[in-house]
Design a protein around this ligand. Structure first.
Ligand code: NAI
Ligand code: MG
Length: 497
């Protein structure tokens, strides 16, 4: 870790907080309190302690932010040359990269994830800003062959004000994943971070301002989902909502958007399968599955939370993953352990509830299954890396998103059974395949319903690859060139001559 990270970690350990954290709302280029002065606290999941507080927006504050974004859209940003928009985003990428150390310490502290994982988040956020910076002046229309006497072409126009509702598991990365393509396309943005992780979206405001972004183009209104989030997604001047979070809240967001005929991108839950066939490389597969479910303590919509394994290798593979899981050691996020905290007490209790009920049903616990209490975890919220073995297809451990470090193993006897097991939930977000046989890999890739499939490397991918789910996992795609489509409307223009 760098000297600056060491200094920030020492500061936190000595004082219980960090100096200079942003705490206000960011509206129209100004830092302001909520109009009624309301604030909320944010906690450090590794210790369970409050370390900062922040302004919590009410409907009135959200209205001001949307008005600012609307005015900035019509008067400034949509009139700004596309290449200039790209330059600003590119400069923001450079500035974020320069400030990566501070961002990663704050992100680790606010979310509970290990420092190294937070460093990965900031690096991927820099990549996303750069990627969409390069896209800004390459958003092009078409022309249509009407024949003699007509000339017909289309332009892609920015839709206007966009709302971004952010979850707590990837606070900055999810913010940038939505905001970067929106700004590149010429839209303006109002961001509502999760209650648990309000800080890095605010810090990003300062980065974007320093990069030259005009006032009102990027606004941040922290606050509760019920008050600030709801006011934002119900606002008639919002033209697109990008939401990442739970299915239940996704339904509310879609209902709110429906009243205003506002388009949505919904990135919701998952119960993504990893199919391991008998001919897979056991060591590589065990390592892949380990991190597919235990990275960020399993709090990832696309976590590989089900292992669909051929009976011939079931014992050998599960034993290998159990052995590797034993090497995962929890600790305070700023001590950079290889296994981090659960983001909130509520989420910890939810995970424990799933396991308690499964035990009562007689499901076998191959490893883990308990909340963790030790000197390293202190009063923080930690749950053991857990593997539940040979779980029936209709069990809630197979059907429901747990959003924690819990792998459910399903044993199968054929490729057909593997396909049936892989597709047996209401979700269809991601899937992994481990096999040496290219033909089996392609058959499975065709047959599994998912937005993204990886073969022999679960987390393969990047900002270039479209991301999103089918069925109850959501609507639309983020990342890649596809993400730009959410933020543009096609206008066709036809001339007669
Ligand atoms: P949530 O979906 O309620 O929260 C996500 C965001 O939506 C937060 O910013 C929240 O303030 C906002 N929100 C809540 N109600 C809203 C409303 N009526 N209108 C507009 N915005 C609203 O999820 P929560 O409660 O944090 O976690 C519950 C479960 O959701 C987790 O246990 C997990 O299973 C799942 N989840 C999935 C995520 C994913 O990446 N797909 C991320 C976070 C949670
Ligand atoms: Mg927090």
């Amino acid at each position: 870790m760098s000297q600056q990270i060491d200094q920030l970690v020492a500061e936190y350990k000595n004082t219980g907080s960090l100096k200079g954290l942003p705490s206000k709302l960011y509206i129209d280029g100004n830092w302001s309190d909520a109009h009624n002065g309301q604030t909320m606290d944010t906690l450090d999941p590794s210790s369970g302690k409050v370390f900062a507080s922040f302004s919590a927006a009410q409907k009135k504050d959200v209205d001001l932010a949307v008005e600012a974004a609307s005015s900035a859209f019509h008067n400034v940003w949509k009139l700004t040359k596309a290449s200039r928009r790209g330059e600003i985003l590119s400069r923001a990428a450079d500035l974020l990269e320069q400030q990566a150390d501070r961002f990663c310490v704050v992100e680790a502290l606010d979310s509970g994830k290990p420092l190294a994982e937070a460093q990965g988040d900031i690096a991927s956020s820099v990549s996303a800003l750069r990627y969409y910076a390069g896209c800004a002046d390459k958003i092009q229309g078409d022309s249509f062959p009407l024949g003699e006497g007509n000339y017909s072409f289309s332009t892609l126009e920015a839709v206007g004000v966009t709302a971004h509702i952010i979850p707590w598991n990837y606070p900055l990365a999810t913010t940038i994943r939505g905001v970067a393509p929106a700004l590149a396309a010429g839209c303006t943005a109002v961001v509502k971070p999760a209650e648990q992780t309000p800080l890095t979206a605010l810090m990003l405001a300062e980065v974007l301002r320093s990069a030259g972004l005009p006032d009102g183009v990027y606004n941040v209104v922290n606050g509760t989902g019920a008050e600030a989030g709801s006011a934002l997604v119900n606002h008639p001047k919002v033209q697109h909502v990008t939401f990442t979070g739970s299915v239940d809240t996704g339904v509310l967001v879609m209902q709110a958007a429906a009243r205003n005929i506002t388009s949505v991108t919904l990135e919701l839950g998952g119960k993504s399968p990893i199919v391991a066939l008998a001919d897979c490389d056991i060591e590589k597969t065990a390592e892949g599955v380990l991190w597919a479910i235990f990275y960020n303590a399993g709090q990832i919509c696309s976590a590989g939370s089900r292992l669909v394994v051929s009976r011939e290798i079931h014992r050998q593979l599960v034993d290998k993953i159990v052995e590797k899981a034993a090497a995962l050691k929890p600790g305070h996020s700023l001590d950079n352990p290889n296994f981090g905290a659960i983001n909130s007490k509520a989420q910890l209790d939810k995970i424990a509830g799933f396991i308690d009920r499964a035990r009562a049903r007689g499901i076998k616990v191959a490893c883990g299954g308990n909340k963790m209490h030790s000197a390293e975890t202190a009063d923080g919220w930690f749950f053991e890396p857990t593997i539940m073995d040979d779980v029936p297809m209709d069990d809630e451990l197979v059907q429901e998103e747990i959003f924690g470090p819990v792998l459910s193993v399903q044993v199968v006897d054929s490729l057909e059974q593997a396909i049936e097991a892989a597709n047996c939930t209401q979700f269809a977000l991601a899937a992994g395949i481990y096999t040496q046989n290219i033909s089996s890999a392609m058959q499975l890739s065709r047959a599994i319903d998912a937005g993204q499939i990886t073969v022999n490397d679960y987390w393969a991918g990047g900002i270039e690859v479209p991301f999103g789910g089918n069925r109850r996992s959501g609507i639309g795609r983020e990342k890649g060139l596809q993400a730009l489509r959410s933020y543009c409307a096609t206008k066709s223009i036809t001339l007669a001559f």
